[in-house]
Design a protein around this ligand. Structure first.
Ligand code: SF4
Length: 344
């Protein structure tokens, strides 16, 4: 195979392979709109290492997708602005790099899968053409080699008859198969980190399970870091190692997946768990979290969850915001009353 490698190494200067794959430190993002300044991310910090899956969980508007967009450098600016913090890839703060260097790191080391594969793919080109473009542009491959590699990738994500299907247009694939195409495209350049933003939201439950299984398998095989963004606690149970729960632009709980299901430490996490439909409670009313997430231009003082929280006391309704308190190694909660929540 004649492959001309495109040299993107200058964009990686200063990186250290022994440093964590990704560290987000004190990230702040705001959207300056006519209705006011929406504080979308308010000091978010986390780390992801190779071979590990971190789930970022929360309702729509909690800031999880904006966090991913900030990492990828695809925030719409204006109105979105990163106003603080660091996003370090292998020890190097990407926010201090030029736009072109960030683009090269993003293209070659960090990939993203979007929730809506149909709008992420170009409807007027075959999937084979769109995949081959990646190899031609970033790896300098010939047309024939790029097509061959595209077929290999479609095979990898278990698309039947990949040799024929590579010539199909996006609308000729089912929702699940389209999402497999998106995964194939995301893996095309061998990223070290994959960000999957609600990758199964538009799919039915059986296909959801297949796609999550495929993602987990590929992540293990390639020792990638995986950030899984979702609002669905049912989706993450089998695949995540750790979970960060977000609310109103902050992380309110961090814990390994087992601990969070066994003993949540924040009322919001507990309420999310209670709202998962259960077959053994058939016929009973579903638990819902009362109220709505706050308007990010007017986040309540103190704990942003206080208007919806059944544990709330006066102390919760005034600043300062409760800090993330480490309860045990790997487990932290931003709640004044974490002991009561845990039943301790
Ligand atoms: Fe509820 Fe108060 Fe804890 Fe916030 S700090 S989650 S309002 S108990």
């Amino acid at each position: 195979m004649t492959e001309v490698s495109v040299d993107f190494s200058p964009a990686l200067r200063g990186t250290d392979q022994s440093a964590p794959l990704l560290q987000v430190e004190g990230l702040r993002v705001e959207f300056r709109t006519r209705a006011g300044v929406a504080k979308a991310i308010n000091g978010v910090s986390f780390e992801v290492n190779s071979g590990e899956t971190l789930a970022i969980l929360g309702e729509s508007g909690c800031g999880k997708s904006v966090t991913a967009q900030a990492i990828m450098g695809i925030l719409d600016t204006p109105p979105g602005f990163i106003t603080g913090g660091e996003i370090r890839y292998r020890g190097v703060d990407l926010l201090k790099r030029t736009a072109e260097e960030r683009r090269l790191v993003r293209a070659n080391k960090i990939a993203m899968i979007f929730q809506d594969a149909l709008s992420a793919l170009n409807p007027v080109f075959t999937v084979g053409f769109q995949m081959a473009e990646l190899f031609r542009k970033h790896r300098g491959m010939s047309r024939a080699d790029a097509k061959k590699r595209s077929i290999e990738l479609l095979d990898l994500v278990k698309i039947p008859a990949a040799r024929q299907r590579v010539n199909d247009f996006p609308h000729q694939f089912s929702g699940g198969m389209r999402q497999r195409v998106m995964i194939a495209m995301a893996l095309a350049l061998d990223p070290e980190l994959l960000i999957a933003d609600e990758p199964t939201t538009a799919l039915d439950v059986t296909v959801q399970a297949q796609i999550m299984g495929l993602l987990a398998e590929l992540q293990r095989e390639r020792n990638m870091g995986l950030i899984l963004i979702t609002h669905d606690m049912g989706v993450v149970a089998d695949v995540a190692d750790r979970i960060n729960v977000m609310y109103a632009g902050r992380i309110v709980e961090k814990a390994p997946v087992f601990d969070i299901y066994a003993k949540p430490s924040h009322p919001y996490t507990k309420a999310l768990l209670e709202s998962i439909p259960r077959v053994d409670l058939k016929g009973q009313q579903l638990n819902v979290i009362k109220g709505l997430p706050p308007n990010l231009t007017r986040i309540p003082a103190g704990c942003a969850f206080n208007p919806r929280c059944r544990y709330a006391q006066d102390v919760c309704k005034a600043d300062p915001v409760p800090p993330l308190h480490q309860i045990q190694p790997g487990v932290a909660s931003a709640c004044h009353f974490w002991k009561e929540v845990r039943g301790e």
